[in-house]
Design a protein around this ligand. Structure first.
Ligand code: SAM
Length: 332
């Protein structure tokens, strides 16, 4: 009989218990995932209103989780699969989790820019489910890390809270609009899968250099400005951006803002095969905030990633990127 992987075993536990809680609580599957995740973390059944029979069934499933040892990455992946299932069911466009391969790739880049650092502070101002941030944290376990996350969506921040807890990752979370004032000191590194679109709060937008002259401002532009504001001098901002970022009517303002505050270290296009529509394609944008002693790269890292499933091409690309980091001595 085929052996099931740890991720599959754990996914089955989360899936079956989330489905049971959905029935019992008349909630959505994804809310069931958050409920079951909290139960697993608290080692208790927190929903008093459910039947004794359901409690017994939950206990039986949970015992599988407590009996086995799962790594942080196995937990992240199993949790990610159940969230994906929930998002698929609800088909909510604004609930978009950063895909696994991209999250891992950004984790690798964070490792490169922070090489040799023993302590690190990192912040994701659009943390969503926490998939991107926890993937990055799991790849940077050689450092003492202080991590922060913020999201305006209360269900997503709850999922991020459970996700981080189950992986035993200490992340300080804030449930608010990240474009308002934040209770986070400037950090070494910002990672963010940028929300894209218009920002409805014109009053708050007026505090930004990158506000629109008329009408609503672009949330993605304001997010870039806010990210640089909450980064220490010489720190890095690693953003997942739409390829169309530099094709808008406000590209000139964005370019001159970036020129004033940061060095563009790299722009790496993700494989187009990842995206159903060409317009949805994204890139990883690497910025370093200006500081004394920090210089522009002799050559910006420009690359098109091959498909993540093409192991050989990917390994060649990683070698090239490694070489670029060596040549340019880009780090904090
Ligand atoms: N990296 C996340 C993950 O792995 O789940 C996904 C990020 S998703 C592409 C963008 C996120 O930005 C959404 O979770 C959305 O709720 C959040 N968002 C949008 N506008 C926001 C705002 N003004 N302040 C804070 N979060 C915001």
């Amino acid at each position: 009989m085929e052996q099931r992987s740890q991720v599959e075993i754990l996914f089955k536990v989360i899936d079956e218990t989330a489905s049971l809680l959905r029935e019992e609580l008349a909630c959505t599957y994804i809310e069931g995932v958050a409920e079951t995740g909290e139960n697993l973390f608290q080692q208790a059944i927190l929903q008093e209103e459910i039947s004794e029979l359901s409690k017994k069934r939950l206990e039986k499933e949970y015992s599988l989780f407590y009996k086995q040892r799962f790594t942080k990455e196995e937990i992240r992946k199993a949790y990610q699969l159940s969230i994906l299932k929930g998002m698929h069911e609800a088909s909510q466009a604004n609930h978009q989790m950063t895909p696994d391969a991209v999250a891992l790739f950004i984790g690798y880049l964070v490792k490169k820019v922070t090489e040799g650092k023993e302590q690190l502070s990192i912040f994701d101002p659009a943390i969503g489910t926490g998939n991107l941030l926890t993937a990055v944290l799991n790849q940077n376990t050689d450092k003492t890390v202080k991590a922060y996350g913020c999201d305006v969506d209360d269900l997503l921040i709850r999922l991020a809270f459970v996700n981080a807890n189950l992986q035993e990752q200490n992340v300080e979370l804030f449930n608010q609009d990240s474009l308002e004032a934040l209770y986070v000191d400037p950090v070494d590194v910002i990672v963010c899968d940028l929300p894209y679109g218009y920002y409805p709060n014109d009053v708050n937008a007026s505090n930004y250099q990158l506000k629109a002259e008329t009408g609503h401002s672009y949330a993605h532009h304001l997010f870039i400005e806010q990210s640089l504001k909450y980064t220490q001098e010489g720190g890095f901002v690693l953003l997942l951006i739409p390829n169309a970022l530099f094709e808008s009517d406000q590209t000139k303002q964005l370019n001159s803002f970036l020129h004033e505050h940061a060095y563009i270290q790299g722009l790496i296009q993700l494989p187009s095969t990842m995206f159903k529509q060409k317009e949805a394609a994204k890139s990883v944008f690497i910025l370093q905030k200006k500081a004394e002693g920090v210089q522009a790269p002799k050559q910006t890292l420009l690359a098109n990633l091959p498909s993540f499933s093409n192991k050989e091409a990917m390994s060649n690309m990683v070698q090239k990127i490694d070489q670029w980091f060596k040549d340019e001595k880009v780090k904090m």
